[in-house]
Design a protein around this ligand. Structure first.
Ligand SMILES: Cc1cc2nc3c(=O)[nH]c(=O)nc-3n(C[C@H](O)[C@H](O)[C@H](O)COP(=O)(O)OP(=O)(O)OC[C@H]3O[C@@H](n4cnc5c(N)ncnc54)[C@H](O)[C@@H]3O)c2cc1C
Length: 408
C-alpha cells in the first residue's frame, strides 16, 4: 500500500523517539510540517542515567516548550569527593561545578518533558522500523516494517529525519555502512540509576574514583538517588559484548576487592536489566543530509558522554532545523545546507571536547593521569577566584556550550 502525502503541509518521517527525534518533531511542526514518528521499541524509554543540560539545550528546549517540564536537580551545596577503594576521600569537583554549568537531570526527565510538549495529534507508531529508503525528485519512498506483526508497506514523505541514535538504520540505508562513519574511542561504559544512595554517601553527595584505565562516577541529585557510571579503556570493543555487563565490570575492576561503594553499585547492576552497557563512539560525517534525508543527534554526530553535549546538541540541532525550514520555505536543499553550515563549527568543537575530556573521565597512561591531576589543581584555583571563574565562564568552550544556535 502506498500513501501519498497531502501537498498542503509537507510530511516528514522522523525515525526515533529519543530526545532528538521528539525535539525535531516539535520543531518541524512549528515550521508548518506534518511529522510522523516511528520508534523501534514497543513503548517509550524512561529513566536512564545522569545528563547535564547546557545553555544551548535549555534555550532551544524553552523555544520548543520542553523546558517548562524540566527542573534542575542540582544539590545545594554541590559536594563531590575523589575517593579510593579503601574509603579514603578528599574534596573533588563535579560536573555541575563548571562555570556556567549545566542543569543536572536524568535522560528520562528530558525524554518525558519533550514527549509532554509534543502536540497530541503528532502520530507516533511504535514497533516500526524503516527497511528501505528511495529518493526521487519529488519525495522519498520509505518501506516500513511493523516488527510486531512483520507486515511491511511503503509510504511517501517529503523529508526523512534519522534520529535513531548512534547505530542509525537511516544512516546505513541512506549514507552507507557504519564502519565508514563510526569512530570508536576504545572505551566502554556502564551507566544506570540507583534505587537508593550508596553506602558512605548522603543524598546530594557525589564521588569519583579514578584508577589507570578505569573510573567510577557517582552523579548526585538533590531530590532522588544518584546515577553511576563505570568507564574503562579496552583494546577489543567487540569482545566486550561477549560477557554480561555486571560480570565484565567485576573482571575489569578486579581482582582486588571493589570497596564498599563500588560493590554496592555492582550489586544493583547484577539485579537490574535497566542499564546501558556500550562502547563510546562518535559518528563523523562530512555532510548530514543527502537530498531529502537528514540525520540529527547521535545518529549524525554523537559527541559522546565525555563531551556532556549529546542531549544538548540534539535539542539545539532540532530547534535550528525548524528555524532553517521556516527561513527557507519551499527550498529544502537551501534550508538543510544552511542548517549544516550553522551547526558544523558547534558540533566539531563538541566532538573535539568529547575526545579531549575523556582524559578527565578516565585517564589511562601516566601522562594522562598527570594531566588530569594538573587540571583538577587548576580548577580548584580557578573556582577559588571569582575573577578567574568569570573568565572561564566567558571562554570559547563555555560560550559554545551555551550558544543560542537558532537566534535570528
Ligand atoms: C552515560 C551517559 C551520559 C551522558 N551525559 C550527557 C550529558 O551530561 N549531557 C548531554 O547533553 N548528553 C549526555 N549524554 C548523551 C545523550 O544522552 C545522548 O546524546 C542523547 O540522549 C541522544 O539522543 P538521540 O535522540 O539522538 O538518540 P537515542 O537516545 O539513541 O534515541 C534514538 C531512538 O531511536 C530508536 N531507534 C533506533 N533504531 C531505530 C530504528 N531502526 N527504527 C526506529 N527507531 C529506532 C531508539 O529505540 C531510540 O528511541 C550522555 C550519554 C550517556 C550514555
Amino acid at each position: 500500500m502506498t500513501t501519498t502525502s497531502p501537498k498542503s503541509s509537507p510530511r516528514a518521517l522522523i525515525v526515533g523517539l529519543g530526545i532528538s527525534g521528539i525535539s525535531t518533531a516539535i520543531a518541524l511542526r512549528k515550521a508548518g510540517w506534518t511529522p510522523v514518528i516511528i520508534e523501534k521499541a514497543a513503548t517509550r524509554r524512561g529513566g536512564g542515567y545522569f545528563i547535564g543540560m547546557f545553555g544551548s539545550g535549555r534555550i532551544a528546549a524553552d523555544r520548543l516548550g520542553i523546558l517548562k517540564g524540566l527542573h534542575n536537580r542540582i544539590p545545594s551545596p554541590s559536594v563531590n569527593y575523589e575517593v579510593d577503594r579503601s574509603g579514603r576521600r578528599r574534596p573533588g569537583m563535579g560536573f555541575a561545578d563548571l562555570p556556567n554549568g549545566p542543569w543536572m537531570m536524568m535522560r528520562g526527565d528530558v525524554e518525558r518533558a519533550a514527549f509532554d510538549a509534543l502536540p497530541e495529534d503528532v502520530e507516533v507508531r511504535y514497533a516500526t522500523v524503516p527497511e528501505a529508503i528511495e529518493q526521487d525528485g519529488e519525495g522519498v519512498t520509505v518501506t516500513l516494517r511493523n516488527t510486531a506483526d512483520h507486515s511491511t508497506h511503503s509510504e511517501r514523505f517529503d523529508l526523512v529525519v534519522g534520529a535513531d541514535g548512534l547505530r542509525s538504520t537511516v544512516r546505513r540505508l541512506a549514507f552507507g555502512a557504519p564502519e565508514k562513519y563510526l569512530h570508536r574511542l576504545n572505551y566502554m561504559i556502564a551507566a544506570f540509576a540507583l534505587p537508593e544512595d550508596l553506602p558512605g554517601l548522603t543524598r546530594g553527595e557525589g564521588a569519583i574514583l579514578v584508577e589507570p584505565g578505569r573510573s567510577f562516577w557517582v552523579f548526585p541529585f538533590a531530590d532522588r538517588p544518584s546515577t553511576v557510571l563505570f568507564s574503562y579503556r579496552t583494546d577489543d570493543v567487540d569482545a566486550e559484548f561477549a560477557t554480561p555487563a555486571a560480570r565484565r565490570i567485576r573482571e575489569v575492576y578486579g581482582p582486588e576487592p571493589l570497596g564498599e561503594m563500588m560493590e554496592a553499585a555492582v550489586r544493583v547492576l547484577e539485579s537490574s536489566d535497566e542499564y546501558l552497557f556500550d562502547s563510546v563512539e562518535q559518528a563523523r560525517l562530512d555532510r548530514w543530509h543527502r537530498g531529502r534525508v537528514v540525520l540529527v543527534g547521535d545518529a549524525a554526530w554523537c559527541p559522546t558522554l565525555y563531551s556532556g553535549m549529546g542531549a544538548t546538541s540534539g535539542i539545539a540541532g532540532a530547534d535550528l532545523l525548524g528555524a532553517m525550514l521556516r527561513r527557507h520555505p519551499g527550498d529544502l536543499e537551501q534550508a538543510l545546507t544552511s542548517w549544516e553550515q550553522k551547526l558544523r563549527p558547534y558540533v566539531d568543537a563538541h566532538q573535539k571536547s568529547g575526545v579531549s575530556n575523556r582524559v578527565g573521565f578516565t585517564p589511562t597512561t601516566r601522562a594522562e593521569r598527570v594531566r588530569r591531576a594538573l587540571l583538577m589543581r587548576f580548577r580548584r584555583v580557578v573556582f577559588g577566584s571569582p575573577a578567574l571563574y568569570r573568565l572561564i565562564a566567558r571562554s570559547k568552550q563555555m560560550r559554545l556550550r551555551n550558544e543560542d544556535l537558532a537566534a535570528a
